[in-house]
Design a protein around this ligand. Sequence first.
Ligand code: TXA
Ligand code: MG
Length: 318
Amino acid sequence: MAIVKASESAIRAAAELLRKGRLVAFPTETVYGLGGDATNGQAVAAIFAAKGRPKFNPLIVHVPDVAHVAAHGQLTPLAKRLADAFWPGALTLVLAKRPGTNLSDLVTAGLDTVALRVPDHPIAQALLVETGRPLAAPSANRSGRVSPTQAEHADADLGSEVALILDGGPTAHGLESTVLDARGDTPVLLRPGAVTAETIEAVLGTPLVRKPQDSAQPSAPGQLKSHYAPRARVRLDAIEVKRGEALLAFGPDVPQTTGPAINLSPTGDLMEAAANLFAALRALDKSGADTIAAMPIPEQGLGEAINDRLRRAAAPRA
Ligand code: TXA
Ligand code: MG
């Protein structure tokens, strides 16, 4: 068993493994990440191999503070405002890559841009400081599968691929970070996530531009049409449960069912629903039902990101 409670000594051991090019799964405030030294091409290659991720997808690079962001990406005035407002936290900024950065070319998939994030989780922070390297860290699941919000999820998908899994309990947000392109004057939303578009728009006082969802060339794995998929099929906007279906419920008014059912939030709280989403999909998958009937979720606040993940989970598989 590769899971270790994230004590100080476990974090030191993890940092040493990372500096040697090994992979460590660790908690962030969004989801568990599959971490590797972003300056080490072999470590980054090992991440792609472990996840079975298509190579054209660039990875998010995690650093402990804005000064380290500036070492790898060019901070625009827009990026500085966003950094002030949201870092450390669940926002990822795509910036022009700084010439001379020591990041592996593989981590950016050869692009001249880089996605950077300063996470707000004490274990992620301690690990970044102790390792002294930027860490590439996609979600710690097999590519296309549901993201891990608990150490046990990372173990189930990648236990045999990682040197260590640092256990910090369930993650707070339960959804990946929001990804924004902040290279110009206009913020472009590339992936809805744990920080809502409304919150960002309120801080900036301008609307976000939304990238068309079905771009033929996905610049981000979150933009692949089928993603975040459980084994079972997912049926959206379910208002009743058919025979043999498992129910993913939301809110107080739940249809009758004798089958497996999980309510993301009986009170209809979107924060609670986001935090429970991926664990609920995993649990309903385990129940063996071949279809998960997902009740409608309001398309506001965190509902935008929750519905984005559910639509991808429901999309036809490649
Ligand atoms: O919450 C999170 O962001 C988690 C935790 C572990 O931090 N990490 C995560 O990383 O989800 P990853 O590598 O799975 O996410 C990749 C996302 C893609 O959806 C894409 O939007 C974006 O990062 N991305 C990365 N590099 C990019 C680039 N150069 N241009 C555009 N998008 C990029
Ligand atoms: Mg992912």
